[in-house]
Design a binder for this molecule. Structure first.
Ligand code: NOJ
Length: 537
């Protein structure tokens, strides 16, 4: 039996929540804000809140909608306390938070503390002030190496490819672990921590329920900024930048997961505790092991950390079982509850990862159904409820900064705007007939929300049924995990979940009282390959 230790009577909302990730550029456009009809906006999201409530999720996580030149589509923040004009205004953000709360949905916003945009007032001041001043000390400016300082200060590579250093006109270099438009802050400078406490309070005062913390493992670098001794292999076409970071083994990482970072999360824990209503934060920390992930969710740090192990597991009963067992084992000593995720805006959509086509979709539906039965919190990414696949975006339409830095296909294929209705692009994404900022495929008419609604075999109706069934389950902290042949078996509080990862049908347990609660495909008295089922005995 794998379980997290019992908690107090009080059960915070996030412990069992299903959180739906909204990528604002690509969710829905009202056509009335700066981005026009081709770019999603905050009123567009607000208008779709009834859809999310009816889908059956508990919370939204909004990726960054703050003022930004959009080189990394919002993960390059120029003003943490205002809304990007493409998406709307602060009043629109307030209306979205209020509307979500009226629909019974919590709101988690993204916080980007590792780096700012190069258009942030601090970075502009740093450039204007020149070497040696306090303005530069908020970032990691250094002299170069070699003759004339022509070589970068160390050998670090950007996650998006190429050197992690860019030289400015006066000869100094600044560190950017991502794009050159995303200079890293120096968290050893107390001004930085103070600024982010203000930003947290700014959004908490506006009523948000939590924060997803971007690059939570990155804020501190080894103080010496020494060379990396074994360098991470560059990302390949099938491994988006941040997925490949997890696959690294035995690499030397002076830029990630330094012990000093935990003091930041202790401070934020105290800030969140100043507010009522179980405010929370969730770490995006691509650490190397479940044990290092668990350090981010010690009782006085963050409430949650994304558990990317489920997402990275291959289609195998053994692999899924190992992930579940390993996750609970790592979290038990710190008393944290698990999270699960299969897709997000940085990785290849899971039907495509599982092989694409009908098989990929069947496996994706089964993996989702299994995930939704696990104790803890699940994160869904917009469009997965429609069974969307990764789109092969034409080179001229690609916009991911990693594409510009490396020429490798980046993450655009999972960011294509959502199809809501109709037979042709923009499928109700925005008013008017224009293609959105990343063009939608011509063959999505059968995948729209409108087309799938009421179709019992559709992926959308499967998600609705599974989320409704999940709501009816008693909460659980424990799960029994086993593997028989190619079948994964999970049991929690009387609910049995079977996932057939093999290639032949397997018999379902017989018994007059056994009842199928929900299934990811057709089940009779057998469970076909690539299918999952929830059974109540
Ligand atoms: C993680 C975000 O999810 C990703 O989209 C972004 O590019 C990097 N962090 C840099 O902020």
């Amino acid at each position: 039996m794998t379980e997290t230790p019992p908690t107090d009577e009080h059960r915070p909302w996030w412990r069992d929540a299903v959180v739906y990730q909204v990528y604002p550029r690509s969710f829905a456009s009202s056509g009335t804000r700066g981005g026009g009809a081709g770019i999603g906006d905050l009123p567009g999201i607000t208008s779709r809140l009834p859809y999310l409530r009816d889908l059956g999720v508990d919370a939204l996580w909004l990726t960054p909608f703050y003022t930004s030149p959009q080189h990394d589509h919002g993960y390059d923040v120029a003003d943490y306390r205002d809304v990007e004009r493409l998406f709307g205004t602060l009043d629109d953000a307030d209306a979205l938070v209020a509307g979500a709360h009226e629909h019974g949905l919590k709101v988690v916003v993204d916080l980007v503390p590792n780096h700012t945009s190069d258009e942030h007032a601090w970075f502009r001041a740093a450039l204007a002030a020149g070497p040696g001043g306090p303005e530069r000390a908020r970032y990691l400016f250094r002299e170069g190496r070699g003759q004339g300082g022509d070589e970068p200060p160390n050998n670090w590579q950007s996650v998006f490819g190429g050197p992690a250093w860019t030289r400015v006109d006066d000869g100094q270099w600044y560190l950017h672990l991502f794009d050159s438009t995303q200079p890293d802050l120096d968290w050893r400078n107390p001004e930085v921590g103070d600024m982010f406490e203000d930003v947290l309070r700014f959004w908490l005062d506006r009523g948000v329920d939590g924060f997803r913390v971007d690059v939570a493992h990155g804020l501190f670098k080894e103080e010496s900024l020494r060379d990396q001794e074994r360098v991470v292999p560059p990302p390949g076409p099938d491994s988006p930048p941040e997925t490949s970071m997890v696959e690294r083994t035995e690499v030397d990482e002076p830029m990630w997961d330094q012990p000093e970072v935990h003091e930041v999360y202790r401070r934020w824990h105290r800030v969140l505790a100043d507010y009522p209503g179980d405010r929370m934060d969730v770490a995006e920390a691509w650490t190397r092991t479940p044990e290092s992930m668990a350090r981010y969710v010690r009782p006085d740090e963050m409430q949650q950390a994304f558990n990317f192990a489920w997402l990275l597991a291959p289609w195998s009963a053994e692999a899924f079982a190992d992930v579940v067992t390993g996750t609970f084992a790592a979290l038990a000593p710190v008393g944290a509850s698990p999270t699960w995720v299969l897709s997000n805006h940085d990785v290849i959509r899971h039907p495509t990862r599982y092989g694409g086509g009908l098989v990929g979709l069947a496996r994706a539906r089964a993996a989702t159904l299994a995930m939704l039965a696990l104790p803890g919190s699940s994160y869904l990414y917009q469009g997965e409820e429609l069974g969307l696949e990764q789109v092969d975006v034409a080179p001229e339409d690609r916009q991911d900064p990693s594409w510009f830095r490396t020429g490798e296909v980046g993450r655009d294929g999972c960011r294509v705007p959502i199809p809501w209705s109709g037979d042709a692009p923009p499928y109700g994404f925005g008013p008017g007939g224009e293609q959105p900022w990343i063009p939608q495929p011509a063959d999505w008419a059968g995948l729209t929300v409108e087309a799938q609604t009421g179709d019992d075999g559709s992926t959308l109706e499967l998600y609705r049924a599974a989320l409704a069934a999940r709501r009816a389950l008693p909460t659980a902290d424990a799960v029994e995990v086993s593997v028989e042949g190619d079948v994964l078996r999970l049991e929690r509080d009387g609910l049995v979940v079977l996932v057939n990862c093999g290639t032949t049908d397997v018999p379902l347990p017989a018994g007059d009282d056994t009842r199928v609660v929900v299934a990811s495909g057709q089940v009779t008295d057998t469970l076909p390959p690539d299918t999952a089922v929830w059974l109540r005995g």
